[in-house]
Write a protein that binds this ligand. Structure first.
Ligand code: ATP
Ligand code: MG
Length: 414
């Protein structure tokens, strides 16, 4: 190893990035709070089985993207590629289903072995929400409305559009799947290799293929909408009517599918054209069969996850809100006293900074570079009168203030 590098697809979040991430997480968390969603935090690794069972042996995530290893005790462990499985596992292992419905919000790092590019990392971060124990269509409406609310609060609502589809219930899906497989089998030779591989394992995902040739075949394929039974159709109508009533615009996208059997009814995605190929910002759907698949009690669920990196790119730079007060000793003799004053200000809740070295002009330059709002100059002469000089770094105005009245005076800057 010639030079120490971060692992490919991982990123250091330097203060500017951290600020942007924190901004997204904080606004999302507080908005979720308005809907009664409380924060949950599950471990970043789980037994591999947790993801194999939930994501299915055939999904891209399980077949290609998981970070899996055997720990020193011989257990197979996987770094979580997403958080719904962890939440469902927590519901089962913690016996939480006694208290349904449950509303959870989460945020944190996820891990997928993918080809890194802009907006696609190997360690990335998600916020997400899960609503458990609500089989009603209004649950779908609430979870979508929460996603839309967060995007609006972040100021990115205009950069995204909502795409919506329904997968219907298990019965509708099974019928559709059978007829899709029949149709696609008749066109097997024209399909891409990837889609041919998927035909047995995960045929619905073929509908999402980006391959030109596949897309021509898909255009003529049976439509899921035609296979919905009456109750599935009612369910979807209630979801659409609920969104209409909230003035939440959406576009129907029949190709928006989730391959796995426990998904049903709504599938949705907020997408953007502002991030090039990485257009999916927030994606989710209903997963009523998931908890049962994992060996827990049958529990309805609907939720979404959004990539924080992609959201942060849409939001752009987030300014620091810190109102820094720079304390500047006038001469080396005043340094100890200046440090004590700095500490006193911090104790009173001000954000105060004392440079560790430099003459007055260097220190003032540093204060300006940091964006400090004012400088408190502590010189021997004023100190003998128990005073300090406060310089407004915006206007340059100076004022001598008593040390006793300093905190009250500084309040105007905060
Ligand atoms: P994509 O189609 O971009 O691969 P996905 O369908 O794999 O997305 P989900 O599993 O639905 O994504 O995850 C939800 C969200 O998490 C995505 O919409 C995206 O914003 C974000 N996300 C997923 N994978 C990554 C990644 N490798 N790097 C950064 N963000 C990601
Ligand atoms: Mg992916």
């Amino acid at each position: 190893m010639s030079k120490l590098q971060p692992v490919r697809g991982t990123h250091d979040l330097l203060p500017g990035d951290s600020r942007a991430h924190r901004h997204v997480m904080d606004l999302a968390r507080s908005t979720a709070g308005l809907y009664g969603y409380e924060e949950i935090s599950t471990p970043i690794f789980e037994f591999t089985e947790v993801f194999k069972r939930t994501l299915g042996d055939v999904s891209d995530i399980v077949t290609k993207e998981m970070y899996t290893f055997q720990d020193k005790g011989g257990e197979w462990i996987t770094l979580r590629p997403e958080n719904t499985a962890g939440v469902a596992r927590a519901l089962i292992s913690g016996g939480l289903s006694q208290n349904l419905p449950l509303k959870y919000f989460y945020s944190g790092p996820m891990f997928r072995y993918e080809r890194p590019q802009k907006g696609r990392l190997r360690q990335f971060h998600q916020i997400g929400a899960e609503l458990l124990g609500v089989p009603e269509a209004l649950g779908d409406v609430e979870i979508i409305a929460l996603g839309a609310h967060i995007l609006k609060t972040l100021g990115v609502a205009d950069a995204v559009k909502l795409e919506l589809n329904t997968l219907g219930d298990g019965e509708s899906r099974a019928e559709f799947r059978a007829s899709l497989v029949k149709y696609l089998s008749a066109h097997l030779k024209e399909l891409s290799q990837e889609s041919r591989d998927r035909l047995d394992r995960n045929p619905l995902r073929i509908l999402d293929s980006k391959d030109e040739g596949d897309r021509k075949i898909i255009a003529e394929a049976p439509k899921l909408a035609e296979y919905l039974n009456p109750s599935s159709r009612d369910f979807f109508q209630t979801v659409c009517a609920g969104l209409d009533r909230l003035d939440l615009a959406y576009e129907l996208n029949p190709h928006l599918v989730r391959g796995l059997d426990y998904y049903c009814h709504s599938a949705f995605e907020f997408t953007t054209e502002a991030l090039g190929a990485q257009g999916a910002v927030l994606a989710g759907g209903r997963y009523d069969g998931l908890v049962k698949t994992m060996g827990g009690p049958a529990t309805a669920g609907v939720g979404w996850a959004a990539g924080i990196e992609r959201l942060a790119m849409l939001v752009g730079e987030v300014e620091s809100e810190a109102k820094i007060i720079a304390v500047v000793p006038v001469g080396p003799d005043m340094e100890a006293q200046a440090f004590a004053l700095t500490q006193e200000l911090r104790g009173a809740g001000f954000c105060a900074d004392l440079a560790f070295r430099g003459n007055i002009s260097k220190r003032l330059k540093r204060a300006n570079r940091m964006g400090a709002v004012c400088a408190v100059l502590l010189g021997g002469e004023e100190a003998s009168r128990n005073n300090v000089t406060v310089r407004d770094l915006g206007s340059g105005d100076q004022q001598e203030v008593s040390q006793e009245g300093l905190q009250a005076h500084l309040k105007r800057y905060c």
